[in-house]
Ligand binder design. Sequence first.
Ligand SMILES: CC(=O)N[C@H]1[C@@H](OP(=O)(O)OP(=O)(O)OC[C@H]2O[C@@H](n3ccc(=O)[nH]c3=O)[C@H](O)[C@@H]2O)O[C@H](CO)[C@@H](O)[C@@H]1O
Ligand SMILES: C=C(OP(=O)(O)O)C(=O)O
Length: 421
Amino acid sequence: MNEMIIHGGNRLSGEVTIGGAKNSTVALIPAAILADTPVKFLMVPDILDVHNLMVILESMNVPSEFVHRNITIDPTHIKDNKLSGKAIASLRASYYFMGALLGKFGHATVNLPGGDSFGPRPIDQHIKAFRSLGATVTENNGCIHLTTHGKGLHGARIHLAMVSVGATINSLLAAVKAHGTTVIENAAKEPEIIDVVNFLKEMGAHISGEGTHTITIHGVKSLRTTKPHRIIPDRIEAGTYLSMAAAVGDGILIKNVIPDHLQSFLDKLHEMEIKLKIGKDQIYVPKITHCKGVKITTHPFPGFATDLQQPITPLLLKADGQSVIRDTIYPHRNKHVAQLAKMGANIHVNKQGLIIINHTDHLTGAHIEADEIRAGAADVIAGLMAHGTTVISKAGNILRGYDNIIGKLTNLNANVELVRE
Ligand SMILES: CC(=O)N[C@H]1[C@@H](OP(=O)(O)OP(=O)(O)OC[C@H]2O[C@@H](n3ccc(=O)[nH]c3=O)[C@H](O)[C@@H]2O)O[C@H](CO)[C@@H](O)[C@@H]1O
Ligand SMILES: C=C(OP(=O)(O)O)C(=O)O
């Protein structure tokens, strides 16, 4: 098991450049198999999810090469093999191969995905969408089999019962080459969805309405690349470094950011009386000596992202008074709470499932766990704030989504190392 060891107490300063968005990348790589040409992505984050997606591509006879932040993928000799095994189970986004393979071949057999576990994460809306488009879907022992019995998919109206990032993208991937017109209602509006749509459009897809709750897709016969696609910056990684910089920074410049994608998060920092210098594509966080506690409720984009409630938690320990977090998307996403409490944080989950965070003057290094990616991000920030040494086990969960984290933290003057199993 990988461990991250942090010798806390160093003040951080300097610059950090945000990588490409994980949640775009993990959809774009499966989307690449829809192309009839090789595909190239720029600004690919160096994260475990990408390496596992490359293993999955290999199992379909799709070679890929990841060099200097760019990945090339050649799907021209793809085989419609069944997708199972460790790599599929290692990440959530392996479910995008269901939509992409169905769109490409009209059939697919894919094991259920893995990814972060913080309560139930059903995929009923994905399945409903595939059925609306004409697929028969059956499940057997954790394996999903999808087929159109050789007829191919047809356009349809897909009404999602809840706003779902994954179901919206999977509907797009399946519908982009379907016969006729598809309308996705109650679609999610996350920037990563727009990124995926932009990539599909660059290949000739006919899609409109992305970034709104209604997306319309007119199916096309073929998708071909004409230029590399540059992945948008990771707003969750950016929010994590913003929180870290406000907690333990002596002045940190965060580069490669789209501030619009972080508006709810930035509004919250403003409410905490944290003054930032926000530029076109960078944000400077000065040394913060004082901030105020706040109430946070997570919502789909453009609301406060569930993926940022844990990374902001250590900063809320530094804030005056009490803060409260309510995660409406994943009400049980609180695996960081017990870990921070081990370090002396005055934090608990109340009977209503709210995370209650009280001002805490002193954190002490401890042996803690990164139970999922963003709980891991909270652990890292707390470890940097603490006196003494923090050992974070299950650090692989952090590496799932944080690009070159050891290099970036070291560059900011953190004393941190990774011990691989
Ligand atoms: C790879 C990726 O992009 N992961 C992100 C994606 O996950 P993911 O796409 O899995 O999350 P969704 O947006 O689908 O989930 C939103 C809510 O809908 C529920 N739901 C979803 C689908 C479904 O078929 N049935 C159902 O009940 C979920 O349990 C959850 O409560 O969006 C989440 C919410 O912003 C983020 O935390 C994840 O980082
Ligand atoms: C929950 C997350 O990821 P995934 O959906 O890939 O598990 C996340 O990035 O915070």
